[in-house]
Structures are given as C-alpha cells and as structure tokens.
Design a protein. Sequence first.
Length: 335
Amino acid sequence: MDGILYFPHKLARVFLSLGSGFSLTSLGAALLIAALVLALRRWRRSRPVRPATLWRGLFPGAILRHASTHADVGYFCFNVFVYGLIFGWAVLSYKFLSGVVADGLAAAFGTIAPTSWPDLAARAAITLALFLAYEFGYWVDHYLKHRVPALWELHKVHHTANVLTPLTVFRIHPLDGLIFSNILGVSLGVTNGVANYLFGQPVVLFSIGDTNVILVLFVHVYVHLQHTHLWIAFTGLAGRIFLSPAHHQIHHSNNPLHFDKNLGSCLAIWDWLFGTLYIPKKEPEPITFGVKVGEADMHSLSELSIAPVQRAAAHIAQSLRGDGAPLPQSPRVSP
C-alpha cells in the first residue's frame, strides 16, 4: 500500500504544501502576477488585452516545445521521486548541527539566562536571522560553483537550459543538489545554534510547512518568475536589495559580461557586498541562455548526468597531480 501511495504522496508534498517551493498557491500567484504585468504593458501601448493574447505571452509554444523544457520535466521527476531515496541519508541536518553548536558554546563559555525578550520578538529575530543565513549559504554555494572548475562541471547542468521555465529550478545535478543542501545545513545550523545560545533557550522560527515564512513570501511574490522569459527588472536601490526576475535571467546569460553575476536567491545584498551584483536595465537586454551557443546536445541524459561527473573528476585529478594549464579566474572562461 505504501508503494502505491508513494507517488501521490510526493506530488502532494510538492504541490499542496504551502511551505513547498513549488506549491500550487505560489505557482498561481506567479501566474497572476505575470498576467497582470503582460496586461499592463499591452494597455500602456494601447494594445488590446485579450485572453488568447495573454495565454500566448505566458506560454509561448517555442518554449513549451523546446528540448530544454523536456529535459526540465525529466529532472523534475528525478528530483521529486528519486533524489531523496538515493541521497537523503547524506544531507546534514541543520537542527542536529544547531544543537552541537549551542552545546559547544555553552561548554566553552557557560550557559546564558533565558532571554527576557517577548516571544514574538525572539521568534521574529530568529526568523530573520535564519532567512539571511539561508541567503548567505545560497550565495556561498553559488559562488564556489562558479569559481571551482570541478564544482562548475556539476552546476553547469543548470546553466545548460536554453529556455527558462519555473521547472528549470529542478534542473540540478544530484551531486550539485547534495553539496547545496549541506552548505545550507552548515549555514543554517551554525546561525541557529549561535542564536539559541545567545537567547539562552531554543527559539522556534515562524514557518509554514517547516519553511521559513519569509522565504515562503518571496516564493509567492517573484521567485518563480526568475526562471521565465518575462523581463521584470528592479533598478536603483531596490535592485541592490532584491534579485528581480531580470537579475536571475542575467545570471543565466551566455554573454561573458554577465558571467558569475547575481549569485543570490531572493536578495541582492550579498552580491552587492561582495562585488558580484549586476543590476539589469529597465528595458529588456538582448540575452540568450545556455552554456555555449551551438554546443552539441546539452539536453541528453549523458550530458545531464554522467558527463558532468567525468569532467569534474578530471579536474580533481588534474589538481591532485598539480599539472596542466593554470585554472582561469572563472571556469566559464577558457584558460
């Protein structure tokens, strides 16, 4: 019976849980915002706003039929139904690490009396701290994968997408996903452990379905739109704080000017602080997506699963031998 219910249960967790990064509510919110943006643009140009026109603008046939989209569907199935069975045991629990950090600090410096902060204030503080820790861990992971050649070979799978859809978020090599999960585990675990020690007691964050409520809010507002063809740009101060859909489309661009830029998830603050921010222009920039224009079938099973591991292993072997050409500043640029 459990085997029969496995697939419906997994789909329910993905689509029906409000805390899921791919919930129907967040997808619906993204669809509504995208439709409103398209309608407003047509209205400003004095063009008719018809349902059929909006439909074609939201779901271009060329994108739906593209081999890149079909590959995204395959990775969606793998990451939803298979990934956890194979790699779930290897993901570090941030709650376990949090306890280790809090206990270690208490042993080293002594215990601290429980905070006198009101419960609402303490929970709000830990919620914000953990969201910032999530964003920092995301940036660190992304930075390393754009700078370390072996890690880039794994992460490159995500960048082989020639068209962007919300499903592209699942286009992640399993080893790339495993590294990401453990870096986040460290970032969140250390932050939560330090906070619990300073508060003198465990403090529970505000969450929806075990997901930070701030992250859930961002997912419902614009995160899905980052992997779309719709150019929605934040400029000025907003573009230095928040990563708009256009920010992330710049990140996927195969123009060398855009390489290794906009590495955050929801916020641009870490990119701004560490010099990896590229603020998009208000009007759409002429960009194309993919690792290299004209590269042979980057959507095949081999290129999306086996070849990245082989190339990563070759980089590691070269580094261990200490031979070969010097590594470029960015793996995306030939030495």
